[in-house]
Structures are given as structure tokens and as C-alpha cells.
Design a protein around this ligand. Structure first.
Ligand code: NAP
Length: 441
């Protein structure tokens, strides 16, 4: 069999699971190049997963095993769409797989969303995780109240990060600029805003449970918001566990709660409809009370204003469309049939499904897209194995004088980050691309 060439765009979980699947399926007959616009790999593992969730980040060791094999190569610091086009990649590789995730915030779409100190979660999470694009965000944490919109796991991450003491970040890889700003934060009230009710939260029990174990913050749930307990029996087991935790939070006696200076309040049945501001900066969130009718939030018409000095909208993400590649606007993902956009062009992970599921959900995704590639190879839909693959890319990179960062370069960057770590931390990340490039020598 002729050598087959696969280009994967994006070195996050979806990208590496796809590379692993290609290796298992094609063995020595495949060469896989994994492109990333950053000089550092692992995408969401590095820039999305919360810095105090190091055990989840540990999955990168598995990706490293894939990266260190001869037939898989990391091609960092190359931006597809700028340094090389999708069309060019399609000409060089038998299959091009978009594992580009969903890096953009879904629009809040309400008046005032562009006020100062209002951020989407991609930006805010990117800031505390040191993503070069967002490292300079510099949110103002001098006010008392933060409103976090959304009832998913990202909202939980943000609420928890805003509430922790510096000591609780021991062993995490939160970047120094965020740790310093959080240590000086005045925030004492974090409101989690949900447009529906406790039975519709998207929070998983392990993550929700962490709110009950914080040193200086305590979760507040109003008993009156909870449906009759008997109705919990109808929920799927994970959600039932989460709702049981909400019931436990609601049962915390007031005097115990008051012992902790930071309150994390759950505000259910509240749809944000406008952000108010003064001097260009947010001061409040206008919310409309809702009822849940057949699972949907329906407004009662009653309005209230919540004071807010900081707003973080954690309402989901969207992929970035690529000219010429069919895109489903509403779902924020590429139009595809089980990962196949068209023979030769595929998508995996959030680029395929939209922003849902855990890191592990990407594994079967990667394996199934490789099956599609194998089918298309077998049917002859991808031509006859005469593409140049990585050799062709290397020639083009030389002509264009691209500064490609290899996996070996990344290992040097990683070593420098580990050396710079504060006591007990795994690393201190470089937060700008130039510093990363300097560190590789
Ligand atoms: P998510 O789970 O889809 O939650 C989004 C939340 O935003 C929902 O509560 C949704 O409410 C709300 N929302 C959406 N549009 C809104 C609007 N216009 N106004 C008000 N509220 C709005 O998304 P996510 O939290 O970004 O998480 C993305 C994925 O990553 C999920 O699969 C999540 O589990 C995963 N993740 C996992 C972890 C972990 O395992 N530790 C950590 C972080 C993220 P409705 O339900 O009413 O639409």
C-alpha cells in the first residue's frame, strides 16, 4: 500500500485522539502532521481545562506518547488560513482533518454586551490559563459582585477560580498575572445566573461538589427555587446527583454560611436581557424572571436589576468558519456527516459536534473519523496515493520561510516552563508567542 498522508489542524484532544486512531489503523503506512497556530501543543488541555484541575490535564502524557512516535509530527507555529490554505493542504495530504475546536464565544446578543469588564468565557478562561491571545485581558476585580452567566461546567470553573484563596491554587498552573490579580480581588459575591431551573443545569456532580469545599466561599441556593424532591427521581443519574448537591447547599444553615466571606449564589429562572453601565463599564444585569414550560425558559415579564462589577458569559462556544468549508451557523460547527465534510476533508471534536462532552468524548470521535478516511481511501475517493505529504509541506515551509516549531522544540519550551515554576507548581507558562520561540533556542 502506498504511504498515506494525513494533516490534522489543531493539537488539542480531538487532534491527538485522531492521530492515535490513524496510527492504530494504518500503522507504518501513514504519516500524520498535526498543525497548531501556537508553538505549544494540546489546545484545550493547556488553555481551557482549569489550572486547578491538574489530574485532567495529565491526559497530555498520553498524547505525548503519540507525538513521540516516528509517523506523527507536531507542526507548531503555523496558522492554517494564513501561512498555508486548506486548499493547499488538500493538495498535499490525502486527508485533512479539522480539529480546530470551538475557540469563539457564543454571542450574548443583548444590549450592553460590549461594555467594559464584560467578557466571554473563552477570553476569561484564556486569561487565567495564559493563552497568548487573552493574557493581557486585565479584568477589573476591584468591585464586589461578579455575575457569571450560564449553569454549565465552565461557569463553575469561573466561579471557583474567582473564589479561591491564593493557597488553594497550590499545585495548579494558574499563570502569575492571574494569581496576583485574584489575590488582590475584592469580589465577595459571585452570582451564577441560570435562565432555567435546578433541573436544567448542565453542571456535573464532581465539579459542582467542589463549590462545597472552598476555604473562603460558600454556595447559596434558595430552597424555594428547588422543585419537589420526588421529581428528582425522573432525572438521569448524573443530573440527579447534581440536584442532590444543590439541595445540600440549600440546607446549609445561615450562620455556617456566614462564616465564609465569599458567597456563590445560584440565581435560577433569570434570563439576562440587558447589561447596564456607567462610564463605559458594566454596573448591572437586567434580568427577566422566567418559568420553565416543557423544558423551555418562558418570560413572566417581571424584571429585576442585579448589581454587577464584572460579568463573565459562560454560555458556550462556537467554531470559526473557514471560507469555502460548509458551516452550520446555528450549531456553530462545520456541516458534516459523521465527521466527513467531503471526501478528503473531515472534522472531529467540537468542530464536528459543537461544544459538548468531556475530553474523553473526543476519543471515539477520532476513531470514527479515521474509519471514514479508511472508507474513502478504499473506495478510491481520495486518489491513488501520489500526494507529497510532509515532504511537500516542508518544501513550501522553506519557500515561505515559516518558523515551524517541532515537538522537540516544544520539549525545550516545556523544560523552561518547568524551571520557571513557583514552589509546588508544575510550570509557569509563557504567555506570549515571542517568549515561547525564544525559549526553544
Ligand atoms: P454548556 O454546558 O452548554 O452550558 C452553557 C450554559 O449557558 C447553559 O446553562 C445554558 O443554559 C446557558 N446559556 C446559553 N445561552 C444562554 C443565554 N443566551 N443566556 C443565558 N444563559 C445561556 O457549556 P459550557 O459550560 O461552556 O461547557 C462546554 C462543554 O465543556 C460541556 O460539555 C462541559 O461539560 C465541558 N466542560 C467540562 C468540564 C469538566 O468536566 N471539568 C469543565 C469545563 C467544561 P440553557 O441550558 O438554558 O441553554
Amino acid at each position: 500500500m502506498a504511504m498515506r498522508h494525513i494533516a490534522i489542524i489543531g493539537s488539542g484532544p480531538a487532534g491527538y485522539y485522531t492521530a492515535e486512531a490513524a496510527q492504530k489503523s494504518f500503522g507504518d503506512d501513514v504519516r500524520v502532521d498535526i498543525f497548531d497556530c501556537l508553538p505549544v501543543p494540546y489546545g484545550l488541555i493547556r488553555s481551557g481545562v482549569a489550572p486547578d484541575h491538574q489530574s485532567i490535564k495529565g491526559v497530555s502524557r498520553r498524547y505525548e506518547q503519540v507525538a513521540l512516535t516516528d509517523n506523527v509530527r507536531f507542526v507548531g507555529n503555523v496558522t492554517v488560513g494564513k501561512d498555508i490554505s486548506i486548499e493547499e493542504l488538500k493538495g498535499l495530504y490525502d486527508a485533512v482533518v479539522l480539529a480546530t475546536g470551538a475557540p469563539k464565544d457564543r454571542d450574548l446578543g443583548i444590549p450592553g454586551a460590549d461594555l467594559g469588564n464584560v467578557f466571554g468565557s473563552a477570553a476569561f478562561v484564556g486569561w487565567y490559563n495564559g493563552h497568548p491571545q487573552f493574557a493581557a485581558l486585565d479584568p477589573d476585580l476591584s468591585g464586589r459582585t461578579a455575575v457569571v452567566i450560564g449553569m454549565g461546567n465552565v461557569a463553575l470553573d469561573v466561579a471557583r477560580i474567582l473564589s479561591k484563596t491564593p493557597q488553594e491554587f497550590a499545585g495548579s498552573d494558574i499563570v502569575a498575572h492571574a494569581l496576583d490579580l485574584l489575590a488582590a480581588s475584592n469580589i465577595e459575591r459571585v452570582v451564577l445566573l441560570g435562565r432555567r431551573g435546578p433541573h436544567q443545569i448542565m453542571m456535573t456532580p464532581k465539579e459542582l461538589g467542589e463549590l462545597g469545599k472552598l476555604e473562603r466561599a460558600s454556595p447559596h441556593v434558595h430552597r424555594g427555587d428547588l422543585p419537589p424532591e420526588g421529581e428528582d427521581a425522573l432525572l438521569e443519574p448524573g443530573l440527579r446527583k447534581s440536584v442532590t448537591l444543590l439541595r445540600q447547599f440549600a440546607a446549609i444553615p445561615e450562620d455556617i454560611r456566614a462564616e465564609k466571606p465569599v458567597a456563590i449564589e445560584f440565581a435560577f429562572f433569570a434570563q439576562p436581557v440587558e447589561l447596564q453601565g456607567s462610564d463605559g463599564k458594566v454596573t448591572g444585569v437586567v434580568v427577566e424572571e422566567t418559568e420553565v414550560v416543557r423544558g423551555k425558559a418562558v418570560s413572566t415579564g417581571r424584571r429585576d436589576v442585579l448589581p454587577a462589577d464584572l460579568v463573565v458569559a459562560c454560555i458556550g462556544y462556537r467554531s470559526v468558519p473557514i471560507p469555502g468549508v460548509p458551516f452550520e451557523e446555528r450549531e456553530g460547527r462545520f456541516a458534516n456527516d459523521e465527521g466527513r465534510i467531503m471526501p478528503g476533508l473531515y472534522c472531529v471534536g467540537w468542530a464536528r459536534r459543537g461544544p459538548s462532552g468531556t475530553i474523553g468524548t473526543n476519543r471515539p470521535d477520532g476513531y470514527s473519523v479515521v474509519e471514514k478516511i479508511a472508507e474513502d481511501l478504499a473506495s478510491g475517493a481520495l486518489g491513488h496515493g501520489d500526494r507529497k505529504g510532509r515532504q511537500g509541506f516542508d518544501e513550501l515551509a522553506e519557500t515561505r520561510q515559516l518558523h515551524v516549531v517541532t515537538f522537540r522544540d516544544w520539549k525545550k519550551i516545556e523544560e523552561a516552563e518547568e524551571k520557571a515554576a513557583r514552589e509546588g507548581a508544575p510550570r509557569e507558562k509563557f504567555v506570549d508567542v515571542a517568549a515561547m520561540i525564544r525559549a526553544k533556542g
